[in-house]
Design a protein around this ligand. Structure first.
Ligand SMILES: Cc1ncc(COP(=O)(O)O)c(C=O)c1O
Length: 485
């Protein structure tokens, strides 16, 4: 089934398309086509989506139909739109591009691209040895069929042990191994959310979580995070759970993606109490919990305060170890794990045994691997922060105390325009609006510090150059808002 975007929806996504910086006096139709390409490039407009009829979009944007016709023609010429008479027009990808692992599209020949769209580290050097040891362990499993819907016992024990060490007593029966944290979230949503169910998320938040929620047809509401200071406003967050009583709240309390915020202990405790009273289940994404960077002790896991099986924690190997392993997990009550396993049989049955064994070996060396990862991230974070202070001093940057990303406040609503311009000079960015729902957050940009320091410094140099070009193209002239009576 092809999904369709309506005229007013596309108009909202396009925002101030006619006045984006860097437009360089191009005609309206070309600016409109460029803005649609920008939405496609940063994933806000999916591939294979039917665009509104020309007349409908013209009305929604309050421009002439000729402009829309010309823009659609240009999109067809550049390979971004396919049309069939009587059936409409669909978004597509030009032959010279491919879909990258982030879901963003990228030129095929992009070897020199510095990819700041992905917030994940390359594999640690210990990975090959762990894979060899795992292969040696494999014969122990070869006598069985190899399907373990909740995961192999060794890995569940290792994950349960890590939770217990963090002050949250956990048995292996409370752990289900998944193919990454994203898979964990999808399974939890299948179990705990019916279509149309209300879910509260942070804004900004992790874009692929929004994608998982949309796929389950969730009704999403947001809690806006402050850019600096504590991040979550306790009264607002708890107030909105009390008032709206969502079925679920999806939160990232440790080094939130993208802001890097860390939720303090007191709010964790109050959150669980309020969620229980409101009938809200908490899905707590602990992807970055192993990556504090300032040496201060971490607050206890949110689930420590849970007495009623309200908290489902998800996490995985991708951030401290390697995304390519595709190993994650869910911590829930033992009955919930059984229900998840039953649901999983209709999805993917089980996770690969060999990969789980690799994870067991890596977790056995957690202390040394994760210590080295943190040191690497501190050095890269500091190089990025230093380069930003040097080359883009007007951007406001709160130095994150952990995780792998910082959330920069730019010197104007230029995030999408900058991402487009940066692509031209070999830097891929995920602009601010990717992390929200409604096309806002144009003043913000997520910058991961997962690449080597030299690449980060080079990328900031290129960004500073294109930022300067955006200015030289003339400051945007914002149109007078139209009065609608
Ligand atoms: C908050 C958050 N959750 C989940 C994921 C997905 O992780 P995985 O690779 O384990 O599926 C990521 C990856 O960036 C993330 O940042």
């Amino acid at each position: 089934m092809t999904s369709q975007v309506r005229g007013i929806q596309l108009a909202r996504l396009l925002g101030q398309w006619h006045a984006l910086p860097g437009r360089r006096r191009s005609p309206d139709y070309a600016a409109l086509a460029a803005a649609v390409r920008g939405l496609l490039a940063d994933g806000r407009l999916a591939l294979g989506v039917r665009l509104p009829a020309e007349r409908e979009l013209a009305e929604a944007l309050r421009i002439s139909r000729t402009t829309v016709t010309a823009a659609y023609r240009e999109l067809r010429d550049s390979g971004h739109l396919a049309s069939r008479r009587g059936a409409g027009s669909w978004t597509m990808l030009p032959g010279t591009h491919r879909v990258a692992s982030t879901g963003l599209w990228t030129p095929l020949d992009d070897r020199d691209m510095i990819d700041l769209g992905v917030a994940a580290l390359a594999a640690p050097p210990q990975l090959v040895a762990a894979a060899r040891s795992a292969a040696e362990d494999l014969p122990r499993y070869l006598g069985g069929a190899g399907y373990h819907p909740t995961g192999i016992i060794e890995l569940r024990e290792a994950v349960a042990h890590a939770y217990t060490e963090r002050g949250l007593p956990t048995s292996p029966e409370q752990i289900m191994v998944t193919n990454g944290t994203q898979h964990a979230l999808d399974l939890v949503l299948r179990l705990a959310l019916s279509p149309g169910g209300a879910v509260l998320v942070e804004s900004p938040t992790y874009p692929n979580a929004l994608a998982a929620l949309s796929a389950r047809r969730a009704r999403i509401t947001t809690h806006g995070l402050a850019t600096d200071g504590a991040g979550w406003d306790a009264d607002l967050l708890l107030g909105s759970i009390r008032q709206t009583r969502p079925k679920l709240a999806y939160l990232i309390p440790e080094f939130q993606n993208p802001t890097g915020h860390l939720m303090e202990t007191e709010l964790r405790e109050r959150l669980v109490g309020v969620a229980h009273a409101a009938g809200t289940d908490l899905v707590i994404d602990e992807s970055f919990v192993d990556l504090p960077l300032d040496g201060a002790p971490l607050p206890p896991p949110v689930a420590v305060f849970d007495r009623h099986s309200r908290v489902i924690s998800i996490g995985g190997m991708s951030k401290p170890y390697w995304g390519g392993l595709r190993i994650g997990w869910i911590r829930a009550s033992a009955p919930q794990v059984q229900r998840l396993a039953a649901a999983r049989v209709g999805v993917d049955m089980a996770s690969p045994v060999l990969d789980q064994l690799v994870a067991v070996h890596l977790l056995a060396e957690a202390a040394s691997i994760v210590t080295a990862r943190r040191a690497q991230l501190v050095a890269q974070r500091d190089a990025l922060v230093g380069a930003l202070a040097d080359r883009l001093p007007d951007w406001r940057v709160a130095v994150p105390r952990g995780g792998v990303t910082l959330w920069a406040e730019l010197d104007g609503p230029i995030s999408s325009a900058l991402a487009r311009a940066a692509e031209e000079v070999g830097v891929r960015l995920a602009p601010g609006p990717r992390f929200g729902l409604d096309g806002t957050l144009e003043r913000f940009l997520r910058l991961p510090f997962t690449l080597p320091a030299a690449d980060l410094v080079e990328a900031v140099g290129r960004l500073a150059a294109v930022r300067y070009d955006l200015d030289r193209a003339g400051r945007p002239q914002w149109r007078e808002p139209t009065v609608i009576a």
